[in-house]
Design a protein around this ligand. Sequence first.
Ligand SMILES: [Zn+2]
Length: 181
Amino acid sequence: MSTNNTSKQAKNYHSIKLICDAMLGKLARTLRFLGFDTLYVGELEQSLSSALPDPDILELARETGRFILTRDEMFSRMDSHRIILIPGGSVEENLNYLKSKQSFSFTFVQEDSRCYKCNKRVKKVPKKSIEKMVNEKTFEHHHAFFQCPSCNQVYWKGAHFKRDEDGILSRFSGVIEDEIE
Ligand SMILES: [Zn+2]
């Protein structure tokens, strides 16, 4: 990415919208969790039942004001401003790269978090309304619950990803700053 228009504010998750290229599905889901409006090419291709050529992805990004994250160096050369080349590595390394080299900032606010499956912003729901949707222990130990308005997936702090028993916040504690209650 070129140096113009890359101020820290411009990439705060309240304003930036993204497209994650194929191969970056885990990163896409994590960015949704962190509040970024993130499309994932793998899902788009699945819903279209066909591959999405690079020029089409770029056109979509331009039309919808999104930056593209990709592992494909050739693709990244098509638009050095809009396409960010992500070096290989774990999701944590990817986030660190975006933070240190691309001026991204990551701040977790549960209310701004998005469903990792649908990319819809989660909504706070009354505890009672999700009683039958989570296990007893979770219901007892947590007080603030959130739900995806599209797929009804229930979220609560510390265990945002259903299969992430350790909680994403602890996994990425070195990357995500200023966790806000
Ligand atoms: Zn959802």
